[in-house]
Design a protein around this ligand. Structure first.
Ligand code: SDX
Length: 392
C-alpha cells in the first residue's frame, strides 16, 4: 500500500499477455518456437523455414516452403527512391540510426494501400518486412563505408543474399562462403523470436493502437538498440576487446560486482533465464565450429571462455543466477565472418523482424484486442490547491 491506495498484486499477474508463438522456461533453460526446441531448429532448419513456422504455426511442406521462399526472395528489392533516405545521414551515423529511420520511412512507400484489418494484407506486410530488412541493413553498412549499394539476388539463399549485399563490390565477383552462410543463417534463427522481450512488447504496444506495421517495427528496432537488450552483442565484443587478455579478467569481474561501478558483464544475465540461455550454448558451439572451419585464432574467444569459467565459479554470479546469454558469443562469431561490430544489433533486428511480425499479426488477429494501456502506481503529490500556492 502506498498510502493513497492499495493495489492488487494479482492485477500485475494479469498484466502479462497471452501468445502461442514462443515458450521460455527460464529456470530450466528451455526455448521453444511453436513447440520445437531451439537447439533442433538451429541445427536442422534454415532461417526461412523458421520464419514460416513462426508466422504460420507449423513447419512448411516442401511445396509451401518453395512458394514462401519465392514470395520473400522476389521482394528483396526496395523502391529506388528509398536510397535517397540514406543520403540525409552523416557517413559516420550508426547503422542502427539509419535502419530505424529508413524502416519508419517504409510507411510512406508500402503502407497506404494496406488494410491491416485484413489478414491477407498483414501477411503481405510480414513478407515485405522479412524480404527487405536484409537489403536495408546491408545498404546502411555500404553507406557507412562509402561503397555503392549492392542489389539483392534471387539465385542465392536468404543468408547468402545478405552476405553478398554486405560484401560484394561491382568490380569483382563475390562467392558466398558456405561456412559463413551457414553460420549467418543459424544466427538469424537463434535471434528470430523470444516471447515478450522489451522490443517485442514495444511492437505489440505500438500495434495495439492500429499504427502501421512499418512504424511498429521501427519502434521495436529503437527499443532493441539499448545496451541492456539487443545492443548487448556490440557492447559485449567491446568489453572483450577492452579486457584484451585473460590476466585482466579479475579486474573486470571485480568491477561487475562493485555496486558503485555501473559496469556490468555484457552478455551475462537475463530477465527470464536463471539458467543457461539455450541460445548461448548453441552459439558457443557455433563459435568453435566457425573459428575451426575458417582456421581463425581469435584471442577474444579465449578471453570469453575464461571469463565464463571464472564468473560461473564466482558466488556473486552463481547466487544471482547470472549465466551467459545469446549475446555473449554472437559477437565473436559475427566478427569471425567479417561483420563489423556496428552491424551486430542491426543483424539482431533483421533476425527478430519475423518474431516482431508474428507477434504483431497474432495481436491484430485477436478481435477482442484493445489498445495497450499499462496501468501505473501513482506515488506523487496528493491533490492540493494551486491558488494557495500562488498567494505565497
Ligand atoms: C537480450 O528479454 C529478452 O528475452 C531479451 C533477449 C531477447 O532475445 O530478446 O534475450 C535479448 O536482451 C539478452 C540480455 C542482453 N543484455 C545484456 O547482456 C546486458 C548485461 N545484462 C544485464 O544488464 C542484465 O542482466 C539484464 C538487463 C539482462 C537483466 O537485468 P536485471 O533484470 O536487473 O537482472 P537481474 O534482476 O537478474 O539482476 C539481479 C542482480 C542485480 O544485482 P543485485 O541488485 O541483486 O545486487 O544481478 C546483477 C544485478 O545488478 N546483474 C549483473 C548483471 N546482470 C545482472 N551484475 C553484473 N553483470 C551483469 N551482467
Amino acid at each position: 500500500s502506498h498510502g493513497y491506495f492499495t493495489y492488487d498484486p494479482g492485477f500485475m499477474a494479469t498484466a502479462s499477455c497471452q501468445s502461442n508463438i514462443t515458450y521460455i522456461d527460464g529456470d530450466n533453460g528451455i526455448l521453444l518456437y511453436r513447440g520445437y526446441p531451439i537447439e533442433q531448429l538451429a541445427k536442422s532448419a534454415n532461417y526461412l523455414e523458421v520464419c514460416y513456422l513462426l508466422l504460420y504455426g507449423e513447419a512448411p511442406t516442401a511445396k509451401q516452403f518453395e512458394k514462401f521462399q519465392h514470395n520473400i526472395m522476389r521482394h528483396t528489392m526496395v523502391h529506388e527512391q528509398l536510397s535517397s533516405f540514406f543520403k540525409g545521414y552523416r557517413r559516420d551515423a550508426h547503422p542502427m540510426a539509419i535502419v530505424c529511420g529508413v524502416i519508419a520511412g517504409l510507411s510512406a512507400f508500402y503502407h497506404d494501400p494496406m488494410d491491416i484489418t485484413d489478414q491477407s494484407h498483414r501477411e503481405i506486410a510480414a513478407h515485405r518486412m522479412i524480404a527487405k530488412l536484409p537489403t536495408i541493413a546491408a545498404m546502411a553498412y555500404k553507406y557507412s563505408i562509402g561503397q555503392p549499394f549492392v542489389y539483392p539476388r534471387n539465385d542465392v539463399s536468404y543468408a547468402g543474399n545478405f552476405l553478398q549485399m554486405m560484401f560484394a563490390v561491382p568490380c569483382e565477383d563475390y562467392k558466398v562462403n558456405p561456412i559463413v552462410e551457414r553460420a549467418m543463417d543459424r544466427i538469424f534463427t537463434l535471434h528470430a523470436d523470444h516471447e515478450q522481450n522489451a522490443s517485442t512488447s514495444t511492437v505489440r504496444l505500438a500495434g495495439s493502437s492500429g499504427a502501421n506495421p512499418f512504424a511498429c517495427i521501427a519502434a521495436g528496432i529503437a527499443s532493441l538498440w539499448g545496451p541492456a537488450h539487443g545492443g548487448a552483442n556490440e557492447a559485449c565484443l567491446t568489453m572483450l576487446e577492452e579486457i584484451g587478455s585473460v590476466d585482466r579478467i579479475p579486474e573486470f569481474i571485480a568491477r561487475a560486482k562493485d555496486k558503485d561501478d555501473p559496469f556490468r558483464l555484457m552478455g551475462f544475465g537475463h530477465r527470464v533465464y536463471k539458467n543457461f540461455d539455450p541460445r548461448a550454448t548453441v552459439m558457443r558451439e557455433t563459435c568453435h565450429e566457425v573459428l575451426d572451419d575458417l582456421k581463425i585464432e581469435d584471442p577474444l574467444l579465449d578471453v570469453a571462455m575464461e571469463l565464463e569459467r571464472i564468473a560461473l565459479s564466482d558466488p556473486y554470479f552463481v547466487d544471482r543466477q547470472l549465466y551467459p546469454n545469446v549475446d555473449f558469443y554472437s559477437g565473436i562469431v559475427l566478427k569471425a565472418v567479417g561483420i563489423p561490430s556496428s552491424m551486430f544489433t542491426v543483424i539482431f533486428a533483421l533476425s527478430r523482424t519475423v518474431g516482431w511480425m508474428s507477434h504483431w499479426n497474432e495481436m491484430m488477429s485477436d478481435s477482442k484486442q484493445k489498445i495497450g494501456r499499462p496501468r501505473q502506481l501513482y506515488t506523487g503529490a496528493p491533490e492540493r490547491d494551486f491558488h494557495t500556492q500562488v498567494e505565497k
